[in-house]
Each structure stands twice: as structure tokens, then as C-alpha cells.
Design a protein around this ligand. Structure first.
Ligand code: FES
Length: 434
């Protein structure tokens, strides 16, 4: 069972509602963290087979935590702060994600369902099936109310724009501002720090890094997301903030978008209770929630070792396998994990645990850089499609990239790389201004 520390201050507590049932949350944590702490692991169902879904990344990137919140569908609850009275509803399920009658599809079509040919032999059955499928398809239902507020928009110019407020982004922005460039940093997380927040070796250093950026004069837009880059409009980057739409023209743009947690390949890897190492780290370090009494961690790295040690200190029974000499074959359990099936030397054994934590190499988050025409190369060791740069971190005219987006490099190297690339971006901006 997930566990909160007993000394948590009760004055910070608040009540949210999930399908009408009250759940205790705390100010400063995400809605996903509150549900997880209440042991509500199934938050949604998959679109086609109605398999149970739960949070995986806690980072806004997997889509496993989409819920209807206050009448608005498809909200990533890992990116939404807890607020008193928030109404959460499960979607894509009848009557609820916990007990979804439509989950029968997964049993009936255990070997897969080709919906293109389903019941097309008879015209009548085809028509009936089409109606039912149309009714069931789509992700969530329309919002309760029509949006009435148009976001105001704003035009801005800046010398160096840094996208991403993790270790590399903070280092790049600080170095750029110190070199004299007007610098704006955009980050979409609930809190700054990116993957450092889930790493026990660096989580304590985030406050200092943010302070250093602020002292150097970096302007920070938090909970803001770059949604498009428009080269034909003067290289405008469109950013959406909680208050407005900002159309930004930057002399130099630094992509420090980091990397995404990736799942491993094994049977039932989509079960609630299979979560990324970063999600486990966030639950423990950001929100003080011990994620389980017992877990199986899959994949070896320095970061995984450090987190496993911290989880053990918190009282969690951790079994750590490398997914190389020992392989995770399957997750046992239907609405959560009850055991991991592990194979070693041709023999298979079952290990009882409540959670499976995936610690594979994260994948570079290179989509936005590609919108700015950055070239990517596939590098399996580095997690996937990594941005290719020159030695200054430049990957296009006025376009730079640093940290894990250039191939997973781990926190320390990403921070060092960020500082170098931030300086180079500021130098480029000064050169253009001359
Ligand atoms: S998007 Fe919320 S857990 Fe992945």
C-alpha cells in the first residue's frame, strides 16, 4: 500500500472527489499523487480493449492518467495541482474505470479485434455495430460548459529562449543570463527541476539552481508549454501559459526538453502499478509518499541504484533486477500488480510485489527541436532519436540543444552541457545584435 508520512501537517490537507467519493489530498501535490496515495490506481481505461490504465510517468507524457476534471475531459492529472473540491471522474468506462463492463472486450477478443471487419458480413449487423462503435469511441465526452474566456495574447522578443526547466535548462539559462543575454526560460512542470526532482542524489540541489537562475536575471514562465514553432512567421515560438498565449521571437532558442521515461517490453506492461522510476522518485521525494510496501525495480543504472537505496531507507522492500541476466516476463494482477514473473537461466519464478518500477534508459524528447528543423539520429544506447549538434550545441541557425534531448547523458553531464550551450547561445545572440 502507498503510505504518507504520519507527521504530514493536517492544515495543508484538502478534499477532492473521485467519482463522488471524497479523497484526501494536500496543497502542493498533484491530483495524481493524491489518488495514488489513496491507493486508487485505476484512473482510466484504454480506448479499444478497455484495459485498466493508471499513471506511469507522473511527468505529463504517457497519457495514462487522463481524467475528466471539473467537467473538462482528458486532463493529465499528474500535471494538475490539488485544489479543494476538485471533481475527478473516470472516462472511457461504464459505470467506472474500476468496474468497467466494457472491459469484457478484452476477454472476448483476447487474441485481438479487427474492428475494420467486425460484423461486416451482414448489412444489418454492420449498421448496428457502426452505431455502437461510434457511441463508444472518442476520448471522453464533451466538456460540461463551452469555454467562455479567450486567452489574451502577447507578442514578445527575447535574446535567448530556453525550453525546459530541468538541470540542463536551468544551467543553460543561468549561463546565458550571466553572459549578458536577456533570457527567458519556459517550463511546463508543476515545479521546476525536471527529472532532478525524482533523483535522490540531486533533488536537494534544485532550490539553489533555481535561485542561481533568478539571481542571474533569468525570467521564468512556469506551468507554460511551447506548443508550436512557426518558421514562416519570423521564427515565432508559440507558448501557452496559464494566463495567456505568448508569441515569442527569440534570437537563439535552446532546446533543453530532456527525456521521457520509457516502458520495458513484457506481458501486461500496461497494468496500473507498472510505473516509471521517475514516477516512483517523484512520489517519494516530491510528495513524501512511499509508493508501496514492496516493489520490483527493473533496469540497472546509477540513478536506479540511488533510488532503490532511498526507497529501502523509507521502509520499502525492493527487489532489483537488471533485465539482462534476469528478465521480467510478465506482470501478474488485473487492476494492479500483485507479482512479477521473472526468468533467470531458463527458470521462471514469481515474486510477490505491489509495484513494478521501470528504470530503462529514457528517450530524448526531441519533437520540438525537430519542428525547428534540428536533425535527429537514432541512438539506441542514448534512448532513441537524439538531436545532433555541433560542439557548441548548435543544431540550426539560432537553434541550440543541450542535455538529454541530445541523447540520454544523466544529470551531471546534462547540467555541464547546459552551461556550455547556454554560453554559446548568448554569444550567438550578441553576435547577431552587432
Ligand atoms: S501523463 Fe500523467 S502519468 Fe503520464
Amino acid at each position: 500500500m502507498p503510505k504518507r508520512p504520519s507527521q504530514r501537517k493536517s492544515e495543508d490537507s484538502l478534499t477532492i472527489h473521485c467519482n463522488g467519493a471524497p479523497i484526501r489530498g494536500f496543497a502542493g501535490e498533484s491530483l495524481a499523487a493524491a489518488l495514488f496515495a489513496a491507493d486508487q490506481q485505476v484512473v482510466s481505461r484504454s480506448l479499444k480493449y478497455h484495459r485498466p490504465r493508471g499513471l506511469f510517468c507522473m511527468d505529463g507524457h504517457c497519457g495514462g492518467c487522463l481524467m475528466r476534471v471539473d467537467g473538462v475531459p482528458n486532463i493529465r492529472i499528474c500535471m494538475e495541482p490539488c485544489r479543494e473540491g476538485a471533481r475527478l471522474e473516470t472516462q472511457n468506462a461504464f459505470p467506472s474505470a474500476e468496474r468497467d463492463l466494457l472491459g469484457a472486450v478484452d476477454f472476448v477478443f483476447a487474441k485481438g479485434m479487427n474492428h475494420h471487419t467486425l460484423m461486416t458480413g451482414s448489412k444489418f449487423l454492420n449498421r448496428v455495430t457502426q452505431k455502437i462503435v461510434r457511441h463508444l469511441s472518442g476520448l471522453g465526452n464533451l466538456p460540461d460548459a463551452v469555454a467562455t474566456t479567450d486567452l489574451p495574447s502577447q507578442e514578445r522578443e527575447v535574446e535567448v529562449l530556453v525550453l525546459g526547466g530541468g538541470g540542463a535548462g536551468l544551467a543553460a539559462a543561468t549561463a546565458s543570463a550571466k553572459a549578458g543575454a536577456t533570457t527567458l526560460l519556459i517550463d511546463e512542470g508543476l515545479l521546476l527541476g525536471g527529472s532532478l526532482r525524482s533523483d535522490p542524489r540531486y533533488a536537494d540541489s534544485i532550490q539553489d539552481r533555481v535561485q542561481q537562475a533568478a539571481d542571474a536575471g533569468v525570467e521564468i514562465l512556469s506551468r507554460s508549454c511551447a506548443i508550436a514553432h512557426i518558421p514562416e512567421e519570423d521564427n515565432t515560438t508559440v507558448v501557452i501559459t496559464p494566463e495567456r498565449l505568448v508569441r515569442l521571437r527569440a534570437t537563439a532558442t535552446v532546446h533543453a526538453t530532456g527525456s521521457y521515461a520509457q516502458n520495458a517490453l513484457f506481458e501486461n506492461n500496461d497494468r496500473p502499478g507498472v510505473i516509471a522510476m521517475r514516477a516512483a522518485g517523484r512520489l517519494l521525494l516530491d510528495y513524501g509518499i512511499r509508493p508501496a510496501d514492496s516493489l520490483c525495480m527493473v533496469g540497472k543504472s546509477d540513478a536506479a541504484e540511488a533510488l532503490a537505496a532511498t526507497l529501502r531507507e523509507a521502509g520499502c522492500d525492493v527487489m532489483h533486477i537488471d533485465h539482462d541476466s534476469e528478465q521480467l516476463v510478465s506482470a501478474r494482477g488485473t487492476k494492479g500488480v500483485r507479482a512479477a514473473l521473472i526468468r533467470r537461466d531458463g527458470k521462471t519464478r514469481e515474486h510477490a510485489c505491489e509495484l513494478i518500477v521501470i528504470a530503462t534508459t529514457p528517450s530524448p524528447a526531441s519533437e520540438l527541436a525537430r519542428q525547428q528543423a534540428a536533425e535527429v539520429v537514432f541512438d539506441g544506447q542514448a534512448g532513441g532519436f537524439a538531436v545532433r549538434t555541433d560542439e557548441r550545441g548548435q543544431c540550426g541557425e539560432g537553434v541550440f540543444a543541450c542535455g538529454d534531448v541530445c541523447g540520454y547523458m544523466g544529470p551531471l553531464r546534462a547540467i555541464e552541457h547546459g552551461a556550455l550551450v547556454g554560453q554559446a547561445a548568448a554569444a550567438y545572440a550578441r553576435e547577431v545584435a552587432r
